[in-house]
Design a protein around this ligand. Structure first.
Ligand SMILES: [Zn+2]
Length: 371
């Protein structure tokens, strides 16, 4: 072969190589999905867990599966005391400041007394100085706490105004769980997912269908929305898909109305899967359109009485199953909705945001007035 021809051939090979590289590159750019084998190596962030024990099974499994964690302290009677939750969070953070983050909370005890908001604000400031990156408000506001006349405390009550002002000043997001899943207001037989059905069968005092004297779902959502309307500067993280988990169109409207709001997916994946089994393109379009506003989260909880091996197994299995659903096109059987569920195969760039970047932006890249 003459030299010139050889050079031409090399040139052709080079072009072919570049063209192939280009094709692969553009495939990734246009959204070639991740595979299951990418699960452990892609950087991920679970923005809603509860590490309620010094045992490190949950944190160790997160490290093994490539997750950073946001552990959320909650004023929930079944959890350890707020002081213990805070200590556990501080201890885990001290051990791994790069991967373990936490949200503080506050007690409603004494909220009708003067000075309550000042005390809460002092506690919030101290917690943020200690490293807390958000604050949680729970459904006891709206559904449990009452004033001296027996009236339920609403999130709209002006008692919260100074606290919200302090949260805005501290420049941290408010993680809010207001209301319950829509299923909570339905009879057990009409609920769309077995996980809701078994939870409300076991917790009848939270099953609103049985308590017509309590506020309706619509009333709680409307109060939350009016609250947001009154605090347009607040960065708001609607836990559990802002309790609009049952209809992506309603959630889209919520996100359009409140531009400072994001939502986490914690404990509501089956409701999303229930919808995508019936309206696959609608759910996929929703996640693509709101790819900057959705945080991956699970609600995985490690309590002192839990067996560490079970905690690890449950965490790995949930994280892996959610990855298959969101990141890959694979089908899997989802028992709580009795369905074969096709994966959404979201583009890599979208998965990177939902699984990581949105949480980093929301919790970790905010200038603090305390520094
Ligand atoms: Zn939770």
């Amino acid at each position: 072969m003459c030299l010139v021809r050889m050079r031409r051939l090399e040139k052709f090979r080079l072009y072919l190589g570049l063209a192939l590289l280009g094709a692969v590159g553009s495939a990734y750019a246009t959204g070639q999905p991740y595979r299951l084998s990418d699960f452990q190596t892609v950087a991920k962030f679970d923005a809603h867990v509860h590490a309620n024990t010094q045992d490190s099974a949950l944190v160790d499994q997160a490290r093994a599966d490539g997750f950073e964690l946001l552990s959320i302290n909650v004023d929930y009677p079944d959890f350890p005391s707020l002081a213990i939750q805070a200590q556990i969070a501080k201890d885990f953070r001290a051990k791994d400041i790069a991967h373990f983050h936490y949200a503080t909370t506050f007690s409603m005890q004494g909220w009708t007394q003067p000075g309550w908001a000042n005390d809460v604000n002092a506690q919030l400031k101290a917690a943020v100085s200690d490293g807390a990156v958000a604050v949680k408000i729970w459904k006891n506001v709206g559904m449990v706490e009452r004033d001296e006349k027996g009236q339920l405390l609403s999130i709209e009550n002006p008692v919260f105004d100074p606290v919200i002002a302090e949260i805005e000043h501290l420049n941290i997001p408010l993680i809010a769980h207001q209301g319950e899943p829509h299923n909570c207001w339905l009879p057990l037989a009409q609920m769309t997912t077995d996980n809701d059905r078994s939870y409300f069968a076991e917790h009848p005092h939270y099953h609103m269908y049985l308590h017509p004297e309590m506020p309706s779902y619509e009333a709680l959502m409307a109060a939350r929305d009016r609250f947001l309307g009154r605090h347009p500067q607040l960065t708001f993280d609607g836990a559990h898909m802002a309790s609009l988990e049952w209809d992506v169109d309603l959630l889209a409207h919520f996100l359009d109305t409140y531009p400072n709001a994001v939502v986490d997916m914690a404990a509501r994946m089956t409701q999303l899967q229930y919808q995508s089994v019936r309206h696959y393109p609608r759910v996929r379009r929703f996640l693509l359109k709101y790819q900057d506003r959705i945080l991956y989260g699970t609600d995985l909880t490690a309590n002192p009485e839990d067996k560490p091996t079970q905690v690890s197994r449950d965490a790995h299995s949930m994280w892996r199953s959610d990855w298959i659903y969101l990141a890959t096109p694979a089908k899997q059987w989802v028992a709580p909705i009795h369905s074969q569920v096709k994966g959404l195969a979201l583009p890599r760039s979208v998965i990177n945001k939902i699984y990581h970047d949105n949480a980093i932006r929301t919790f970790l890249q905010r200038p603090s007035p305390l520094k």
